[in-house]
Design a protein around this ligand. Structure first.
Ligand code: 3EB
Length: 340
């Protein structure tokens, strides 16, 4: 839906409603940039800035986040979220946040040692973020990223990813009654039990999008754990001008396809991405404004993943990160943005 076609509806609603919803805001611009963090943080409209890997600097600014995933190409660019207008930022207990132009970034990092494991840490993280977001006008969570240590450790229902899924649902309460946000959940190798959760929220609701080639994650059968994963395959942003694409892997229906075959998993992952874009009504393919991340389990696979993506999507910015996918047989996962 374009902002123009949306306008008359809002005006009609507005005439009946003393407090009409604000107009949908233009989607934040997400890009990768090689630049000096201090300079980017000083720019008007910088909502968040991400650095990848342990060798990046630390900053006190609440908008700065060091991600526990190592990039395969160094120096890696920063990931930048830009909005229109002034940005304010602060801390609320353990939550770091920034807001501007109708958008909200919020982040929480926990040490699992303080919280008795992945299950309890996820519950605390989601409860805390829920409480914070509820206090804000930007209360519609559209996109969440989750990074946790040793994601595939443990057998059966005790696997840490499954514990995380259980705790996430326990902690979220009625956070997502209007539908789950788009999400990513990836394992890091930082060797500390650090749980990183961050989100993008808006003062307007988005539209969750599912993938016709895939069972909705919250309907996965029992074999994948006691508590199915709670995320949407994608989220169309309120103005319909961007699609936030969840972590997408070689899952067809609910099953992992091509166990341990990297090339075939890449082909299947791109078939999933194509189907998702089509189902969302977005232009097919990805363009040079559509930044992607590829999470690669085995460092030796990175070159092949890079080659495949560059051949398939020339000119599309892609950041290759060392990360474990939540099912042991999956070797690669891709997420990112598609602007209309
Ligand atoms: C899948 O299709 C792959 O638990 O939040 C992808 C995106 C996956 C998000 C999550 C998990 C999550 O099931 C795994």
């Amino acid at each position: 839906m374009t902002p123009l076609s949306f306008r008359p509806e809002v005006m009609i609603q507005g005439s009946e409603n003393p407090q009409p919803d604000p107009m949908p805001h233009r989607a934040p611009r997400v890009s990768y940039r090689m630049s000096d963090p201090a300079m980017v943080l000083a720019e008007t409209g910088t909502l968040a800035l991400f650095a990848f890997g342990a060798s990046t600097p630390l900053h006190d600014d609440p908008r700065w986040m060091q991600i526990a995933l190592e990039p395969f190409e160094t120096p890696a660019p920063l990931e930048l979220w830009q909005v229109e207008g002034e940005v304010t930022h602060g801390r609320d207990g353990a939550v770091r946040w920034s807001a501007g132009g109708g958008w909200l970034f919020a982040a929480l990092e926990l040490d699992e040692h303080d919280h008795d494991g992945a299950d309890a840490a996820a519950a605390i993280a989601y409860r805390t973020l829920h409480q914070f977001v509820s206090s804000r006008a930007e209360r519609h969570v559209l996109r969440v990223w989750n990074y946790l240590d040793a994601i595939n450790q443990g057998e059966g229902d005790d696997e840490r990813y499954k514990q995380f899924c259980h705790g996430r649902v326990a902690g979220m309460g009625d956070f997502f009654v209007d539908g789950f946000p788009a999400a990513t959940a990836i394992g890091h190798h930082a060797g500390t039990q650090r749980l990183q959760v961050y989100l993008l929220a808006s003062d307007q609701a988005g539209t969750p999008v599912e993938n016709p080639r895939q069972t909705s994650a919250w309907r996965y059968p029992r074999q994948y754990g006691r508590t199915p994963p709670s995320f949407a395959r994608a989220m169309s942003l309120p103005a319909g001008d961007a699609l936030a694409i969840s972590g997408t892997a070689a899952v067809v229906g609910h099953a992992s396809a091509h166990a341990d075959d990297l090339q075939q998993q890449l082909v299947e992952t791109f078939a999933n991405l194509d189907a998702l874009l089509q189902h969302a009504g977005m232009p097919s393919g990805l363009d040079t404004h559509s930044p992607l991340k590829a999470y690669v389990r085995c460092p030796g696979d990175a070159a092949q993943v890079r080659r495949f993506i560059h051949e398939r999507l020339p000119g599309v910015p892609v950041l290759l990160l060392h990360g474990d996918i939540c099912r042991g047989e999956l070797l690669v996962e891709i997420d990112g943005w598609r602007y209309a």
